[in-house]
Design a protein around this ligand. Structure first.
Ligand code: LLP
Length: 472
């Protein structure tokens, strides 16, 4: 899914097998800035540190596999997003990327809002003290229980995703004697340049209400989205505050957002013309890409903020509309680069003429993204430096499945051996949050490092945790 896919010339072996790899890096000990969290460094003695702490000691204390999350980097990224968008816009961190109570507290302290999409995420947010009015509730099939809890707690907005849900939320809000602020999620018909499973704005998928579908103007007009606006405006228990669009994930350029903003503003104009109301909010969702490998070149929050603001302002001015309050929902771009997964090598198996399989003590249960999206990652030997020749490896997990790949094509020093520690960077987003108990694996802990101290914020599962659920 990274954009890197360069066949390399032969180097270590006479003929290298097919794969998506660049030529071996000049220095295997190098840690590419931007791919690794900001406080990661290699000491002159060779081991890697994060937040000033040696990974060998961290492995000793917390075990492997473990996600090591750089709190200072997380907070710095929150501030960069908040400052880039300024006081007249809102940044909602997308909790699905990674959520636990410590993260909620950091978000709260750094002035970010939170997007949740399930009762579990909502409960975590509330348990850690996020004010309900700073929470947005998403989901294409929210249960009655989820809606009821969100309305009761007074979440700032519920993002409506279907006609049935409009009726459900209106009904529950009426029952509770509340007027719920809502946005309508629209599909703008943009093909995001990303993996099919994480593209969300083309029409043939489950999210949102299509803008297109009726009338003569394909960019807004009489499609389901316009019909949804009509219905919501008729319901006293709902207050329509804006339109929401999320076009997909791991996107590098803002052209998709440009088309989305153009079409959303088309709907806002139509709403004004038809109903005499100017909706005060527009949310352009999340989806901004990060660097998984050195070939990925993501844009900085201030560049993204400027591009999105300019687009929305231009579109609104040309439509004669007051510029609405803008919000965005980055998840991966905040937490993704702040963590790496630390593994211990268990076996090293050379396959003659092919590559060497290096097995680590985790795998698809702690990072499903390689198997699911063909995602590309890098990996480094972090318990020591090495001057050995580069060797083409495939870093695999310990699960009973040949698709259990952590890094498909990786150059590691040829002397990599059992007991070495490897780290895979950029695993802060959608790794712990999509982790599973496949093969009854125990999900790894998330350990934060900051100010020279390490702290578990999500503990490792235990066999007791597994057995507690098994009540048969
Ligand atoms: N807002 C909405 C409405 C979303 O659905 C999402 C992600 C986001 C914001 C945050 O997107 P981000 O900035 O993190 O890309 N499991 C996939 C990603 C699924 C994203 C789902 N929605 C992956 O591992 O790449």
């Amino acid at each position: 899914m990274s954009r890197s896919a360069h066949p390399a010339g032969p180097r270590h072996a006479d003929v290298l097998p097919e794969g998506h790899y660049s030529a071996p890096p000049a220095d295997l000990n190098h840690l590419e800035p931007g791919v690794w969290s900001r406080t990661v460094a290699r000491t002159p003695e060779g081991a890697v540190t994060v937040g000033g702490l040696d990974v060998r000691e961290l492995a000793e204390e917390f075990g492997t596999p473990a996600y090591l999350l750089d709190e200072a980097d997380f907070r710095a990224r929150c501030r960069a997003w908040r400052d880039a968008f300024g006081a007249d816009a809102d940044v909602f961190y997308a909790g699905k990327a990674f959520l636990c109570r410590a993260v909620v507290r950091w978000l709260n302290e750094e002035g970010l809002n939170l997007d949740v999409c399930s009762l579990g995420e909502l409960t975590t947010a509330l348990a850690a003290g996020m004010p309900a009015e700073r929470i947005a509730m998403h989901g294409n099939n929210k249960s009655t229980e989820e809606i009821r809890r969100a309305v009761e707690e007074g979440v700032g907005r519920i993002v409506l995703d279907s006609f049935q849900e409009i009726a459900r939320v209106a009904h529950i809000a009426r029952e509770l004697g509340k007027r719920q602020r809502v946005q309508i999620r629209v599909t703008v018909g943009v093909e995001a340049h990303t993996h099919e499973f994480i593209a969300t704005a083309h029409e043939d998928q489950k999210f949102g209400l299509a803008l297109a579908g009726g009338g003569s103007r394909p960019d807004a007009a009489g499609g389901p989205a316009a019909e949804a606006v009509r219905r919501v405006l008729q319901l006293d228990s709902l207050e329509l505050v804006g339109i929401h669009s999320h076009i997909g994930s791991q996107i590098f350029d803002t052209s998709g957002f440009e088309v989305a903003a153009h079409r959303v503003v088309g709907l806002l104009r139509q709403v004004r013309d038809e109903h005499g109301v100017e909706l005060p909010e527009i949310d352009l969702g999340g989806g901004l890409g990060i660097a998984y490998t050195a070939d990925d070149d993501p844009r900085e929050p201030h560049e993204i903020a400027k591009a999105l603001r300019d687009i929305v302002t231009r579109e609104c001015e040309s439509a004669g509309l007051t510029v609405p309050r803008l919000s965005v929902e980055p998840g991966r771009a905040i937490v993704g680069p702040t963590a790496f997964t630390l593994y211990e090598v268990g076996t090293v198996k050379p396959l003659e003429g092919l590559r060497t399989y290096v097995s680590v003590d985790g795998g698809m249960s702690d990072n499903i993204r390689t198997a699911l999206y063909d995602a590309e990652y890098t990996v480094a030997l972090v318990s020591r430096a090495s001057t050995a020749e580069p060797m083409l490896t495939r870093v695999v997990g310990k699960h009973c499945e040949s698709g259990d790949i952590v890094v498909r094509d990786a150059f590691l020093p040829a002397d990599v051996a059992p007991g070495d520690l490897l780290a895979v960077p950029a695993t802060g987003a959608y790794c712990r949050s999509m982790a599973s108990n496949y093969n009854h694996a125990l999900r790894p802990p998330v350990v934060t490092v900051g100010d020279g101290a390490a702290r578990v914020i999500l503990r490792r599962e235990t066999e007791d945790d597994l057995l507690r659920l098994d009540v048969g």
